[in-house]
Design a protein around this ligand. Structure first.
Ligand code: ADP
Length: 366
């Protein structure tokens, strides 16, 4: 029976443990052998105890746990071929030739590279005398399936990534708390949220909390944003608003790609609008804690689909990534999704913001 390993890699997100639980249990329910690889690619390179056979009860209760209980890491060794050769050897040792990886675009890129290299890695294991031809023969084709775990919701081709709605919920709660003080003292708060190149968290938090102004990387403000923001905030105050909330994505910038920092915004609100202004950087609170119901559901349905995709896979099918589009769990071409994601980031760098925004919603053929 097939041996299917699951791993989490890159930045953690709420729902990763729920995804691992779903993959382990669907693997067992399909009559296959389940493995978990601890600490991301580092565990694959280190082998030994880091690759553990999993039973049904090993993942009990994991659906509601924050972060990832099998650990995650950034692994330099896996970036180089010798590291991946060691990883391949550790997998062959246990007869694992199917890998479900829950991570961001970096982790999934590494996975696809591993799959492309796999036949030549096996050849090298044989030619160097580490494994015999008979030993590697049953494992000629490596199966890779991606699950997207990220709070940023930064993968093109899927409506939501595992963790993004938990993070959004956390941000909204935090802003609700800040609102109390803002209202009481008639203050302004500049709130910095995570999201790197992707403004989804900032924008959705702005909508969900009724923010006065939002800065996100794909849609930078106009050239004269300073006076524009100040006049909008002034207008809201004139209409009787007692509080001001401005949300700044960590990757925010103007149309010339000059970084817009929370401190810059604070100084404007203080000096030009005359508001008592504070900065709150939410930081890792946004990544922590139990997953919300949506992320549990998404992680579970996608984890099940990932195992089905492994069992359907042939050497000819490209590696899939499991997405959700208009409420349906679907498989898409992993490398195509990553290409579009990178293209959106590159379009921001090229100051083609219209294309960057369009890329976020890009649909492409499966
Ligand atoms: P994320 O998956 O959240 O985008 P990273 O980009 O840090 O996070 O990637 C996590 C890990 O995936 C890296 O530490 C490395 O081990 C592996 N990885 C990333 N990119 C590659 C690549 N191009 N080739 C091989 N491994 C990679």
């Amino acid at each position: 029976s097939k041996r299917i390993a699951v791993m989490t890699s890159g930045g953690d997100s709420p729902g990763m443990s729920a995804a691992v639980r779903a993959v382990v249990r669907q693997t067992l329910a399909s009559g296959c052998v389940s493995y978990a690889i601890y600490e991301g690619y580092q565990g694959l390179v280190d082998g030994g105890d880091m690759i553990k056979e999993m039973q049904w009860e090993d993942v009990r209760g994991w659906i509601s746990e924050g972060g990832t209980l099998i650990g995650t890491a950034r692994c330099k060794a896996f970036m180089e071929r010798p590291g991946r050769l060691t990883a391949a050897n550790n997998m062959i040792e246990r007869g694992i030739d199917a890998l479900v990886i829950c991570g961001g675009d970096g982790s999934l890129t590494g996975a696809d590279k591993f799959r492309a290299e796999w036949p030549s890695l096996l050849d090298e294991l044989v030619s160097s005398g580490k494994r015999t031809e008979e030993a590697v023969k049953p494992y000629r084709h490596l199966n890779i399936v991606g699950l997207v775990g990220s709070i940023d919701n930064d993968l093109s081709g899927t409506d939501a990534t595992i963790g993004c709605y938990s993070s959004l919920q956390r941000i909204c709660q935090a802003i609700d708390y800040i609102d109390s003080t803002a209202f009481s003292h008639q203050r302004a708060f500049v709130v910095e949220v995570m999201g790197r190149h992707c403004g989804w968290l900032a924008l959705m938090a702005g909508v969900s909390c009724g923010a006065d102004f939002v800065f996100c990387p794909e849609n930078p403000p106009s050239e004269n944003w300073e006076s524009e923001m100040c006049s909008i905030v002034r207008k809201h105050r004139e209409l009787g608003k007692r509080k001001t909330i401005v949300i700044v994505a960590e990757g925010a910038h103007d149309r010339n790609l000059n970084h817009i920092s929370p401190t810059m915004v604070k100084d404007l609100l203080t000096n030009k609008v005359g508001l008592d202004t504070r900065v709150t950087t939410l930081g890792h609170v946004q990544r922590g804690g139990p997953p919300c119901a949506y992320d549990r559901m998404l992680a579970t349905l996608q984890g099940v689909e990932a195992v089905k995709a492994v069992l359907d896979s042939t050497p000819e099918t490209p590696s899939p990534v499991i997405c959700i589009v208009e409420n349906k769990i679907v498989r898409k071409d992993l490398m195509e999704a990553i290409r579009l994601t990178k293209e959106a980031a590159a379009n921001i760098e090229k100051k083609d913001f219209a294309a960057a925004l369009k890329g976020r919603d890009a649909e492409f053929e499966e």
